[in-house]
Write a protein that binds this ligand. Structure first.
Ligand SMILES: Nc1ncnc2c1ncn2[C@@H]1O[C@H](COP(=O)(O)OP(=O)(O)O)[C@@H](O)[C@H]1O
Ligand SMILES: [Mg+2]
Length: 260
């Protein structure tokens, strides 16, 4: 059973088709890196997978629990929009994944500790004391146990992003999504984020990571997916895609990156 199963999804914004039939299956313990030029639909794919955007057609499920599925074609033969599960089902499925954005989206008025305990206490009804213990363990993991009482504005961008990762982990997700987690950071701060993600990979956390850090993708990913213009052009081991690709578009993309 796949942790995440995406089958042939499409998505348009105002008539502009952004995803052209993407399929993606992620197994437990897998780290998948998604690479590709700006505008190729990477964020849209993640936003559809995490229910922030609705797909037009295709299907999505988590651990076999359906999120959305293809509707039968309408009378005019046109594909109807995918059908989504009910509110309660979707609410339960949201607990299965965590999402870390480019910029950190912490609650500005809450301490670091409260940022981490808020959802477990409110959503999962975990007792406050236990939620605090769990939060402290997570802060230790991301190297910020000394910042529990601080507020987000008192932290560097890299520290805020590490809090965001700890917060995503606090709901014990089965899969974590990262959308270019280092791209809003100064180069000297990206290392501390990559280190945290590396630790998660070593613990076999299931992850989908959109990144433009190729060396990092090569190091942590079990599989690299190259997207261009709303399609998966190629996928394989980091070696296959990043070093030995025969695909003209992949090669052009990688060449451009290394020229910069
Ligand atoms: N909410 C939106 N409304 C309209 N167009 C969008 C929206 N989100 C993304 N797009 C468009 O979809 C395309 C893919 O964007 P995106 O998924 O952000 O690509 P990437 O993350 O690979 O850079 C782009 O052309 C972008 O302008
Ligand atoms: Mg993006």
């Amino acid at each position: 059973m796949h942790v995440l199963s995406i089958e042939n999804i499409t998505k348009s914004f105002d008539g502009l088709q952004v995803l052209h039939g993407i399929s993606l299956h992620v197994d437990k313990g897998e780290a998948v890196a998604v690479i590709g030029p700006s505008g190729s639909g990477k964020s849209t794919l993640l936003r559809c997978a995490t229910l922030l955007e609705r797909i037009d057609t295709g299907s999505i499920s988590y651990g076999g629990e359906p999120v959305a599925w293809d509707a039968p074609a309408g009378e005019n033969g046109k594909a109807a929009k995918s059908v989504y599960a009910g509110k309660n089902e979707l609410h339960a499925i949201r607990r299965r994944f965590g999402l870390v954005f480019q910029s950190f989206h912490l609650f500005p008025h809450l301490s670091v500790l409260r940022n981490l305990t808020e959802a477990p206490v409110r959503v999962l009804k975990i007792p406050k004391e236990r939620a605090k213990e769990d939060a402290m363990r997570l802060l230790e993991k991301v190297g910020l146990s000394d910042k529990a009482a601080a507020y987000p504005f008192q932290l560097s961008g890299g520290q805020q992003q590490r809090v965001a990762i700890a917060r995503a982990m606090a709901l014990s997700p089965e899969i974590l999504f990262f959308d270019e987690p280092t791209s809003a950071l100064d180069p000297e701060l990206t290392g501390e984020i990559l280190k945290v993600i590396r630790t998660l990979a070593a613990e076999h956390m299931t992850m989908v990571i959109v990144t433009h850090e190729m060396a990092f993708a090569a190091e942590v990913a079990d599989r690299v997916i190259f997207m261009d213009e709303g399609r998966i052009i190629e996928q394989g081991t980091p070696k296959e895609v990043l070093e030995h690709s025969e695909n003209a578009r992949t090669k052009a993309f990688l060449r451009k990156l290394s020229d910069n």
